[in-house]
Ligand binder design. Sequence first.
Ligand SMILES: C[S@@+](CC[C@H](N)C(=O)[O-])C[C@H]1O[C@@H](n2cnc3c(N)ncnc32)[C@H](O)[C@@H]1O
Length: 240
Amino acid sequence: MMDAKSKERHVHEVFERIAPKYDLMNDIISFRRHKAWRRFTMRKMDIQPGQSSLDLCCGTCDWTIALAKESKGGRTVGLDFSRNMLEIGQAKVDKLGYSNQIELVQGNAMELPFEDNSFDFVTIGFGLRNIPDIVKTLKEMKRVVKPGGKIVCLDMSKPTWQPFKSIYYFYFERVMPLFGKWFVKSYEQYRWLPESLASFPDLQALAELFRETGMRNVKAYPFFGGVAALHMGTKGNEIV
Ligand SMILES: C[S@@+](CC[C@H](N)C(=O)[O-])C[C@H]1O[C@@H](n2cnc3c(N)ncnc32)[C@H](O)[C@@H]1O
């Protein structure tokens, strides 16, 4: 088991290295399912024109751009600690014409450089699992979201139904890192994926952490037998 600092350093190295192939590998290892999960998430969020979003661990910015598009001009900020992932994200933002609406910030999701109550939505996509202190991150998300706003997490999760569970873990732990080796010559980096899930809370446990952080109306939606999940919670109107 890695300590918090080693985990942070390791995750940083992984994403700095796989950045150029990250989007391609997402399509391959999830059999493009991640696109449907992202669309479902956007429908559930129901963003209104002008609403603001902060997308943590924004990486190559697909979700950041979707948030900007849906808000039709709302302030949109993406934050990530990997310079290489952000560079690819920035190129997409520029190419799609969102440079005036989207601001990208290099920073750490556990210590957000934003004022309290700043955004209507704070999202984190396939990122929370990579962060050493989940509770600290959820607290930061709650701090910077506005009263009545939502925090939203889309990430891998843990299927519970046998025999699907056994087949899935065989794929996830044995086959998928080989895809990493064959397609992007990064076996060790793709070994990290199953390792990062091992200590991550399951569907119910993560919903409970949302509640313990003080989020209300917490919803958890499993995808594809529970291999991924969407969690969403609303911040109350009390002053923080
Ligand atoms: C699996 S990628 C997800 C990218 C994107 N959100 C998506 O949905 O495709 C995880 C991202 O989290 C970033 N990350 C991991 N730990 C972080 C931290 N503590 N602070 C900021 N970014 C972090 C990595 O650099 C990487 O870009």
